[in-house]
Design a binder for this molecule. Structure first.
Ligand code: BGP
Length: 469
């Protein structure tokens, strides 16, 4: 079986992780420009000032993507490049840069798949309360509209937000992402709600413009499974799925929050400040949301605990996704299991968990259209005789694409796959050491690009539409 004709084979990146040019051509400061410079926040204090200089080398990079046969490129727009202070003047130079990127993609027939928000918030808004302040909702709606107006004639696939669970958890509970707050549960839930409202507003604006493309959101896909058959651990997995998955997916797809969480928040005095109008907007927008993007790296294996959590602050290395942390409410813990396989950074490799998770989604949300907007292996790639022989990455992607194939044959509505990442880039908390790309970037040699083994492999998969998988 080949992948269906309308299935897109792509790869992804994000503005802060590739662009660099942090203060060029009128770009404003973002929260990451500031946060990454606080000593100790990132691995070896790396930051995105230069990143891999995609801002100046996008032509070379997109040419390589075309050579790889990529059908679609998922990238994000830096809000502070478009509107430097978040909600004021538009920076024409910023518009020009993304026009160039989009046109360069189209020159080769590569479909641009654009994320509006991949974590780099204009610092001016962050300083005014960021996602906790409702001003940011209005600012995002304006920014989204500017992007639709400027690029919507050529961009027909829009993602509003990338991984709300990650930037809110790390930003408001763990102190590991901006704004660096610890254990602020009230703000955490408020921020998530404000993001969902901002998403809903953007969906409405987009549909009113009648540009006839599609719009959705990208979430982490981290389905939770009990470590065994014990009742308390099965309860833990149900609890984890409600807080980590359904809290995020329900408002987008069903237009309402899961009552299991809503009731608990009420009891604890953590209910976000939400208005009837906002709740109605969520309901209305859910009917027009076109798809969900899933970023799948690993499942969660969970066990019940009963702990009082004094502080949810975690060190940088514990904030990088390795299992072992308790949930913020002390109900369960994620667990590393002896019979599972893990990457060098402790992320479980499990294509079975992927398939089981997809089935769980289908059961709850029916036929919703899905894209895998990120999936891939973070590794320190082996170099032999100057060649980057990233065989483990090939194996990883092969296994996950095979699962996608079976999921499609089971009737799961999957329409595309974006490997993370198209090219080696800056990992938020792991610097340049953790590589994901099909294209290698030589940091010792003027950021020179080089094709990895996986580059040739993925090209073949695309050419043959995955027939051999
Ligand atoms: C996702 C983010 C990406 C990317 C990826 C890999 O959560 O959307 O931006 O960073 O994870 O993460 P890491 O670099 O921590 O391995």
């Amino acid at each position: 079986m080949k992948f269906p004709k309308d299935f897109l084979f792509g790869a992804a990146s994000a503005s802060y992780q590739v662009e660099g040019a942090w203060n060029e051509d009128g770009k404003g400061l973002s929260n990451w420009d500031v946060f990454s410079k606080i000593p100790g926040k990132t691995f070896e204090n790396t930051n995105g000032d230069v990143a891999i200089d995609h801002y100046h080398r996008y032509k070379e990079d997109i040419k390589l993507m075309a050579e790889m046969g990529l059908e679609s490129y998922r990238f994000s727009v830096s809000w502070a490049r478009i509107i430097p202070d978040g909600d004021g003047e538009i920076n024409e130079k910023g518009i020009e840069f993304y026009n160039n990127v989009i046109d360069e993609c189209l020159k080769y027939g590569i479909v641009p798949f654009v994320t509006l928000y991949h974590w780099d918030l204009p610092q001016n808004l962050e300083a005014d309360g960021g996602w906790v302040n409702k001003r940011t909702i209005r600012a995002f709606a304006k920014y989204a509209e500017v992007c639709f107006e400027a690029f919507g004639d050529r961009v027909k696939h829009w993602i509003t937000f990338n991984e709300t669970v990650v930037f809110c958890t790390l930003g408001y509970l763990n102190g590991a992402h901006p704004p660096g707050l610890v254990n602020d549960q009230k703000k955490y839930f408020q921020a998530t709600h404000n993001v969902f409202v901002a998403h809903a507003e953007a969906v409405q604006i987009y549909k009113n413009l009648r540009q006839f493309g599609e719009i959705g959101i990208t979430h982490v896909f981290n389905p939770a499974f009990s470590i065994d058959g014990k009742e308390e651990n099965i309860f833990a997995s149900m609890h984890a799925n409600h807080y980590q998955t359904f809290w995020y997916y329900d408002p987008i797809l069903k237009g309402e929050y899961p009552s299991y969480v809503v009731d608990a928040l009420k009891e604890k005095g953590l209910t976000p400040d939400w208005t009837e109008a906002e709740l109605t907007l969520l309901k209305d927008a859910a009917d027009y949301n076109d798809f969900i993007g899933l970023n799948y790296y690993q499942p969660a294996r969970v066990a019940k605990i009963n702990e009082t959590i004094e502080s949810t602050k975690i060190d940088r290395d514990k904030a990088t996704g390795k299992p072992g942390n308790p949930s913020f409410d002390g109900v369960y813990r994620t667990v590393m299991m002896e019979d599972k396989v893990y990457t060098k950074w402790g992320w479980e490799i499990s294509s079975e968990g992927f398939l089981d998770g997809l089935r769980m989604l289908k059961e709850r949300y029916g036929d919703v259209k899905l894209y895998i907007t990120e999936n891939g292996l973070g590794d320190e790639d082996p170099i032999i005789d100057g060649e980057i022989v990233d065989v483990p990455r090939i194996k990883y992607i092969e296994e996950h694409l095979t699962v996608i194939k079976s999921a499609i044959s089971e009737g799961i509505n999957l329409k595309g796959y974006y490997a993370w990442s198209v090219i080696d880039l800056l990992s938020w908390l792991n610097g340049y050491k953790k590589q994901y790309g099909f294209i290698y970037v030589d940091h010792k040699n003027n950021l020179e690009r080089k094709k990895k083994l996986s580059f040739h492999w993925y090209k073949h998969i695309i050419e043959t539409r995955g027939e051999e998988l």
